[in-house]
Structures are given as structure tokens and as C-alpha cells.
Ligand binder design. Structure first.
Ligand code: MEV
Length: 449
């Protein structure tokens, strides 16, 4: 008996059985041509999706209104976003199905196609720092800077112990507050300030609430030690001690394109990266492409993508000038691609309890720690960037983009599911990828049938 036939597993209709499809790890041939149920059955087989999880995904109703209403104020509805899975990812020798929630066509296909190429080169290697976050306490009116600094240094053990008292379980799990780091800011528009950083290992959580609670709890002690007055007490989204990184080494022969040799393509990618390294206008777009992938995984897994965005862009400007989050170089007869950025992500926390979709996404990924999730997100960002750069540096991206855009227009024009493929083909062939043209072709098709 195959898994697809197991009791409780939905059966697949039609003549396209799972057995007829080739799959190896996270690579499932023809996944994009399957219908909804077939894809879920394939994931049940290859990623261990349970019957309950399949039923949850099949409903495609991610959030009951009652839950939404308890999440934010003044809720009036729920917004939908496609949840997809990027295939072919081989990261540190392990296959991963990468869940992505995103509205822009071509992102999932681009990530899967880059991952397919990189897996032929041995896959991505990826890793992440321990989950160290920073809470900031802004101190003012402390008088002499040196004396305030010395007072805080002398009180470090007391400050750390007081922070751990408010979250004793974090400490018991091997994390918790670790140290204090001091940042004197002698000249600001509001006069001298002394910023006290509390560095905390938040383990598998994103950690925002714990950090903010700790900062507020120890602020009176920091005031006493510095002789100053505390103002802001809040985490920093520049989580630069919690970075994820990934790399891939792609031999030239895998990079050959229609009009370019592999070596030419590799050099064009390095030139494309150098453009971003030299020009913030380009770097912003370059990094947007990276965040297309990272945000999509963050949203799918219920993480705070705004904090990740804030951290990524602040890190990109760490040298005083905004630059790219990836790096490309020629390494012998191969192209070396690398990424590094702060990734404050969690796999535990209240938000996951009320978000069944995020729980399923994490299960699909098979991650057991926040660090593992961070490493996978770094690899996804690199895949996304590589796909965009390869297209931009060779044929340009509009051909592929417009083909996917055309499908969206055909659906928007109201085409029934069985005509979408045919009308999309006609729309692309017409060379006029517009909603009005999609409507015109739909009318013709409907008159003919
Ligand atoms: C579009 O969403 C992302 C790109 O603009 C990224 C890039 O230019 O590198 C294609």
C-alpha cells in the first residue's frame, strides 16, 4: 500500500497518479500541473503532511473571524494570500519544502528553479547564529559620561540577574539575559545619551515581548547605576548578533544559458552584484528581490516580517552606505554566491497557537529550532536573488514575468478554470498583455464554444 492509499488520506481523481510522478526529496516533477488535492497528497507522501493538515489546507480558510477579532482591534474581515511551496531545496544535505505566502507571481517559481540548479551543484550550505537579541534602554541626564559608563559596567551582573528574574524559564532552557553592552552617544540632537544594551538569548522564540519586559524591568536599576534617567525601553530590530547565512558554489557548466556560456553568465552575475555594491539605487531593488523570498517564508511561518525587513535594511547600511545583502564572486571554475543578514525569527510563541497555517508551514519545513528556520530563510533569500540576477543579467525578466502576469489577467477577466490555459496562451501570443485583451479573447472563446 502506498501512503496515498493509506486510511484517511484523500484519494486522487483522474488518471494522474502519484506513482506515475517521479520524486526525489523536495523535487516533485510536475507539481505545478497538479490540482490542489493532488499537491496535498504529494506533500503527504513526501513531506509527511497529515490528513488533518491536508484538510486544513484544503479548506483554504486560514483564519476564522473570531480569531482575527481577538488578534487586532476593529477587525472587519480577513485578507487572503496564496500559500505555496517552493520545491527542490537541498540545504546542508537535507531536502526542504519551503512554504511561501506571497501575492507576486513568479516568486515561488523563481525560487524553485534556482534551488533546482543549486541542488545539481550540491545544494546550499546554511547556518545561523545563536538567537541573541538586543534590548535598548535610553539613558539621559546622567552628568559625567565616564562615571555613568563605569557605574553601569560595575552593575552588569546585577542588571543581568534582574532581567533573568522576570523570565526564569528562559534561563532554565539554557538562554536568558547574558550581558550588557554600552553605547555612549555623546552628540545627538537632544544632547548626550548613553544606551544600555541588554543581550538576551531568546532560544526558539522571536523574543520581542520577553525583551521589552526585561528592558522595562531593569530600567530603574540602570538609572541607579548610571545616575541618569531612563527614557525608551524597547528591543532593537537591528538583530545583528542573530544573523543567518547561506552560500552556494555553482560550477560554470551549470550556468550556461541560450545565448551565453556558463562562464559568461557567471561574470555577468558578478557584474550585476557589483552594480548593487556601488549604487544604493540598485542595492534597494537587489535587496527587495532577496526579501521577496524571505518575507514570503516569514509570513507563511507566522513571523513578524516587518521586523525582519527593518533588520535587513539597517544591516545593509551598516557601513554608513546602503549595500547588497548578498555577495557574488568567481571562485576558480565556479560562481560563489553568499548571503548574510539579521533574521529574528521564532518557531514558538502565542501567535503560532492561533495560526494553524503557520503551524502547518513549520511542520512542512521540518524545522526544530529557530536557528534552523533562520538558515533556511537565508538560503531562500539567496535562491530568490540568484534567480532574479540570472534572469536580469541574461535575457531580462519581463518575458517570464509577463507570462505569469497574463495568467493573472485571464483569471481577473473571469475565465472559467478549464479555459485559463488556452486563453493565457492566446493572450501571450497576441503580444498585448492587458486586461481588456484578456476579456476580448474570453468573449471570443465563449462565443465559439
Ligand atoms: C521584483 O519583485 C524583484 C526584482 O526587481 C529583484 C531584482 O531586481 O534583483 C526582480
Amino acid at each position: 500500500m502506498t501512503d496515498a492509499e493509506a486510511p484517511g488520506a484523500p484519494r486522487i481523481g483522474g488518471d494522474r497518479t502519484m506513482e506515475s510522478r517521479k520524486a526525489s526529496g523536495s523535487r516533485i516533477e510536475g507539481f505545478y500541473r497538479m490540482d490542489h488535492r493532488e499537491r496535498l497528497v504529494a506533500l503527504a507522501k513526501h513531506a509527511g503532511l497529515t490528513a488533518e493538515e491536508m484538510a486544513e489546507l484544503e479548506k483554504a480558510k486560514p483564519l476564522p473571524f473570531e480569531v482575527a477579532d481577538n488578534m487586532v482591534e476593529n477587525a472587519i474581515g480577513v485578507v487572503g494570500l496564496p500559500l505555496a511551496v517552493a520545491l527542490n531545496f537541498l540545504i546542508n544535505g537535507r531536502d526542504r519544502f519551503v512554504p511561501m505566502a506571497v501575492e507576486e507571481p513568479s516568486i515561488v517559481a523563481a525560487a524553485s528553479s534556482a534551488a533546482r540548479l543549486v541542488r545539481k551543484a550540491g545544494g546550499f550550505t546554511a547556518e545561523a547564529d545563536p538567537s541573541l537579541m538586543i534590548a535598548q534602554i535610553q539613558l539621559m541626564s546622567f552628568g559625567d559620561m565616564e562615571r555613568a559608563l563605569a557605574g553601569l559596567r560595575a552593575a552588569e551582573a546585577k542588571l543581568v540577574a534582574a532581567a533573568n528574574e522576570v523570565h526564569p524559564n528562559m534561563r532554565k532552557r539554557g538562554g536568558g539575559a547574558l550581558r550588557v553592552e554600552l553605547r555612549p552617544l555623546p552628540e545627538t540632537p537632544a544632547g548626550p545619551m548613553l544606551i544600555c544594551h541588554l543581550v538576551v538569548d531568546v532560544g526558539d522564540a522571536m523574543g520581542a515581548n520577553a525583551l521589552n519586559t526585561m528592558a522595562e524591568a531593569i530600567a530603574p536599576l540602570a538609572e541607579e547605576a548610571s545616575g541618569g534617567e531612563a527614557r525608551l525601553r524597547i528591543l532593537s530590530n537591528l538583530a545583528d548578533q542573530r544573523r543567518g547565512r547561506a552560500r552556494a558554489r555553482i560550477p560554470f557548466e551549470l550556468l550556461a544559458a541560450k545565448d551565453f556560456s556558463g562562464e559568461q553568465t557567471a561574470h555577468r552575475l558578478v557584474e550585476a552584484w557589483a552594480f548593487a555594491a556601488a549604487d544604493p539605487y540598485r542595492a534597494a531593488t537587489h535587496n527587495k528581490g532577496i526579501m521577496n523570498g524571505i518575507d514570503a517564508v516569514a509570513i507563511a511561518t507566522g513571523n513578524d516580517w516587518r521586523s525582519i525587513e527593518a533588520g535587513a535594511h539597517a544591516y545593509a547600511a551598516r557601513d554608513g552606505r546602503y549595500g547588497p545583502l548578498t555577495r557574488y564572486a568567481i571562485d576558480g571554475d565556479a560562481l560563489l554566491c553568499e548571503i548574510e543578514l539579521p533574521l529574528a525569527v521564532g518557531i514558538v510563541g502565542g501567535h503560532l497557537e492561533i495560526n494553524p497555517g503557520a503551524r502547518i508551514a513549520l511542520r512542512l519545513l521540518g524545522v526544530e529550532s529557530a536557528r534552523e528556520l533562520s538558515a533556511i530563510m537565508a538560503a531562500t533569500g539567496l535562491a530568490q536573488n540568484f534567480a532574479a540576477m540570472r534572469a536580469l543579467a541574461t535575457d531580462g525578466i519581463q518575458k517570464g514575468h509577463m507570462a505569469l502576469h497574463a495568467r493573472g489577467l485571464v483569471v481577473a477577466a473571469g475565465a472559467p478554470a478549464d479555459l485559463v490555459d488556452q486563453i493565457t496562451r492566446r493572450l501571450i501570443d497576441s503580444g498585448e498583455i492587458k486586461l481588456s485583451k484578456a476579456r476580448e479573447i474570453l468573449q471570443e472563446e465563449q462565443l465559439e464554444s
